[in-house]
Ligand binder design. Structure first.
Ligand SMILES: [Zn+2]
Length: 456
């Protein structure tokens, strides 16, 4: 190991430890310092490690945790960037953390959840064995600009890793286009059947053929622009996935039961999280486990044992009520949460928490692309409709236009009051915060109750 790499590792470890001691963990500083000393530090530290990278717009964290469960059950010696440090500097800090002072990594596998933009950079250095691309949706408008930027960032990253196996979502016309003109082996995953009996009226992020701009035709839609697509003009269309969900047995409010075909063998799989998007995450995780050489039985049982990811569907008790917290960050993800609520006939309280800080996306116009109308149609079954967050008034306005009666909408600015209201009776609640609102809410909740057990 080169001297400068060793120095960079020491600086990274020491500054990381100091910052944690000062209660300022999770900054990018240690990775930045290390990168200043050795530009190729990530390449040096990762050279003997088999790296699985998960990228795409929605579901990265949940898919990563599912893969992690499979790695753990298979007895792999692995590490991951669990804390959501998914920028290049964060990834460097994680590799530094898991290697010895001399720069030797003690683990055989790494599981890295990676932002699309960070993937483009990290792929120059990481010996990626497997790349999982879940899906590509339009994210907050101002964060990556056009959807094609996201796609091109991933496409460019793939050119750095010709030996990697790609696990691609066959049902996403944008993601599937990544397979063109590359030498990589591709393992397709997808869902062969509709997930919901009636799909929400969602705007498609990709209605037109990526090659010839003709409108796609669909045999079925699972959600958003995902499904059995084909272009009637140029013939571009869905590939048959080798990891395929062939039946949806149940899709409940807590979990789904599906039949998953893994290269010709069918397995009944219990997915321990609700919603159609988690069925995709499970298929993606099964594909990654397959590429890593984990036997199907282990991979399938890992999906059933998997516990909720951080903020993705945390459940806890607030006062007298059971509450579920579902992170919402873009129209497609939000529509999935709405789909879940709209297909469950119970009585619920709803709380919408909209912030517009950088991590949420400062332009909140995306809420106008969310299908709140589907909930407004059923508003009588919601006992309370609470609105909060920095941009509570904008959210209330959006809900009003969706058809919610204004006398039923309550803007509650204080989270403490909001939680008291949610906990006042036994009607269960869905809390739907944007990213920073989720952190604020969790802080407030942890003051009220001990909920650590639900996300540790
Ligand atoms: Zn076409």
């Amino acid at each position: 190991m080169k001297l400068k790499t060793r120095i960079a590792v020491i600086i990274c470890k020491v500054s990381g430890a100091l910052l944690r001691k000062m209660g300022r963990g999770g900054t990018n500083l240690p990775g930045k310092l290390a990168l200043k000393i050795d530009k190729n530090i990530l390449g040096e530290l990762s050279q003997s490690v088999k790296v699985t990278v998960v990228t795409g717009t929605n579901g990265k964290t949940t898919t990563s945790r599912m893969i992690e469960q499979a790695f753990s059950d298979a007895g792999f010696r692995y590490f991951s960037n669990k804390s959501g440090a998914n920028l290049l500097t964060g990834i460097i800090a994680v590799f530094a953390q898991y290697c010895s002072l001399s720069g030797k990594c003690r683990y055989t596998h790494a599981l890295i959840e990676c932002d699309e933009a960070a993937f483009r950079k990290a792929s120059e250095f990481l010996p990626v064995e497997c790349l999982v691309v879940n899906n590509i949706f339009r994210d907050q408008l101002d964060r990556y600009g056009e959807i094609t930027h996201t796609l091109n960032a991933i496409r460019e990253g793939i050119t750095h890793i010709p030996d990697a196996v790609l696990c691609l979502n066959a049902d996403c016309s944008l993601t599937a286009s990544l397979a063109e003109k590359i030498p990589n082996r591709v393992v397709w995953f997808g869902v062969n059947v509709p997930i919901y009996t009636h799909a929400a009226h969602e705007l498609s992020d990709a209605p037109y053929c990526i090659h010839c701009k003709t409108e796609y035709q669909y045999d079925y839609v699972t959600y958003g622009h995902l499904g059995g697509f084909h272009c009637p003009n140029c013939g571009y269309g869905r590939k048959t996935p080798s990891i395929a969900v062939t039946q949806i047995l149940t899709a409940g409010a807590d979990a789904s039961d599906i039949v998953l075909d893994i290269c010709g063998r069918e397995y009944d799989v219990h997915v321990n999280l609700p919603g159609g998007y988690n069925i995709y995450n499970a298929a993606a995780a099964a594909a990654a486990a397959h590429v890593a050489g984990i036997d199907d039985e282990t991979a399938v049982s890992a999906l059933g044992q998997f516990e909720c990811g951080f903020g993705r569907a945390e459940q806890f008790t607030l006062g007298k009520a059971q509450a579920r917290m579902m992170l919402v960050k873009n129209p497609a993800g939000f529509n999935q949460v709405i789909n879940l609520i709209a297909h469950d006939e119970g009585s619920y309280k709803l709380a919408f928490l909209l912030n517009d800080r950088f991590a949420d996306g400062t332009d909140i116009s995306w809420i106008w692309d969310v299908d709140f109308e589907a909930l407004a149609e059923q508003q009588e079954r919601f006992t309370q409709i609470l609105v909060s967050g920095v941009r509570a008034d904008d959210m209330a306005l959006r809900l009003k236009y969706a058809g919610f009666r204004t006398d039923r909408l309550e803007v509650v600015r204080e989270y403490e009051t909001l939680l008291d209201r949610v906990g006042a009776d036994e009607t269960p609640a869905f809390l739907m915060p944007t990213y920073t609102a989720m952190f604020d809410l969790r802080n407030e909740i942890s003051r009220h109750t001990d909920i650590k057990a639900f996300y540790e």
